[in-house]
Write a protein that binds this ligand. Structure first.
Ligand SMILES: [Zn+2]
Length: 430
């Protein structure tokens, strides 16, 4: 008797749970998550890591709104904290990463149990490798290329490439010009190439590594997943073919790519263009070029971000910051203390004497010559993200990425800013 009843109860409990979980399961989970993020926020705030604590409080706010007692209490305490003079160092990032990932993975696992679209989005935002959600979406991970539909993954594993709508064996004799380029789809990009397949795969995996680093540093702010076509990155053999490709796809960029000093180009129509020698002609590796232009492509697709009307420093500052991270080999690396890892080229530009009063930096045009503007845009982005324990980090995300309506960065005006940045640079050089 007992056995039979248990059997029926088991069935009743298990069957509906698998097909249709309680509708309010996600709703009841949100306050618990918000509380956990706020707890971490307060802990970080005590150590003066304002940027990190803001991120955690921001997650709580997104889960529960800004009007809760917890959200108000955080703002009150944050207002009383004295920001530290220095930026973050590697140990700060590592400590933060450990705490953050432990919490994120636990929550993503909880969310994966719910068949709820919003919960699923959160699960992947907190843990892009959440296997249960990925499996349910019919996706498989291909090393270096990210999570892809299983059919695409199977074709890639067979060594095929995409040509039009078909999957074919790569044929170097056929892929002689951009019009005959084959495609390698990745999770966030489509690489169109005339290079040998192995080379195109390296480029594809550099781009995916960039995407992970971008998400890590810019706190999960990225294009929406799995919606619409991915941006295209053209990786071609010769400069002449590159010019022909740009002339056909983005005529406004022809003059730019004819200049042998152009390492690559990202166009607002979501195409980026390289020839294999381009970045070398410019004096650096193609990986740096991919990180810079790939960063623009990601930026174009961030929902709510208006790159076309943003000031150049915000757009280029973000891209140069990503450039400085190209030496990072692991896509799950815990973000940046960029000055300590920066490439020689980027860091050579970081000299206190070069920081001006920044007049005109907020205009949608280049300030002075390109090189100076790029260097200064990098400094400004860097200072906003990392200076004073990340005090202005939220401003950067709001302004440079256009999240939450953009607006002006209050400390971004006048000579006081140059002084601030100079002090920050000195503290880094110690
Ligand atoms: Zn750029």
């Amino acid at each position: 008797m007992k056995t039979v009843r248990r059997g029926i109860l088991g069935l009743l409990l298990i069957a509906p749970l698998a097909a249709e979980p309680l509708p309010d399961a996600w709703t009841s989970l949100k306050p618990a998550w918000a509380a956990a993020h706020l707890k971490l926020a307060h802990e970080l705030l005590k150590g003066g890591a304002i940027g990190f604590s803001d991120t955690q409080a921001g997650l709580a706010r997104q889960l529960e709104g800004a009007q809760t007692d917890g959200a108000k209490e955080y703002l009150e305490r944050r207002g009383k904290v004295k920001p530290p003079d220095k930026g973050w160092e590697e140990a700060d990032w590592k400590g933060y990463e450990t705490k953050r990932l432990t919490l994120y993975r636990k929550e993503a696992k909880e969310a994966a149990e719910l068949l709820d679209k919003e919960a699923e989005t959160w699960a992947l935002r907190l843990d892009p490798d959440q296997a249960k959600v990925r499996k349910r979406r019919g996706e498989e991970k291909i090393p270096g290329l990210g999570w892809l539909p299983s059919e695409t993954a199977a074709n890639l594993r067979k060594g095929l490439v995409r040509f039009g709508d078909a999957w074919v064996k790569p044929d170097p004799a056929k892929s002689v010009s951009w019009e005959k380029a084959y495609g390698i789809p990745t999770e966030h990009f489509l690489v169109m190439s005339t290079l040998p397949r192995e080379r195109a795969l390296e480029i594809a995996s550099d781009l995916e590594a960039l995407y992970r680093i971008w998400e890590e540093i810019l706190e999960g702010i990225g294009p929406a997943r799995g919606e619409g076509e991915n941006p295209k990155v053209w990786a071609l053999q010769t400069a002449a073919d590159l010019q022909a490709c740009v002339a056909a796809i983005y005529p406004a960029g022809v003059e730019t790519v004819r200049d042998p000093g152009t390492p690559g180009l990202a166009a607002t129509n979501r195409n980026a263009f390289f020839d294999e020698q381009g970045p070398q002609r410019f004096g650096h590796s193609i990986r740096i070029g991919l990180f810079h232009e790939g960063s623009h492509l990601i930026h174009f697709d961030v929902p709510g971000s208006d790159v076309r009307s943003a000031p150049v420093w915000a757009v280029e500052g973000t891209a140069v910051l990503m450039e400085t991270l190209e030496t990072v080999k692991s896509p799950d690396w815990n973000a940046a203390a960029p000055p300590f890892r920066a490439t020689a080229r980027a860091f050579a530009a970081v000299v206190p004497e070069a920081v001006p009063a920044l007049p005109g930096m907020d205009k949608p045009v280049f300030y002075q010559d390109n090189q100076t503007h790029y260097a200064q845009a990098f400094l400004l982005a860097h200072w906003l993200l990392y200076g004073h324990g990340g005090l202005h980090r939220a401003d950067f995300l709001r302004y440079a990425l256009g999240i939450g309506g953009g607006g002006e960065i209050p400390p971004c005006k006048g000579e006081a800013l140059a002084g601030e940045i100079q002090r920050y640079l000195k503290s880094l050089k110690r």
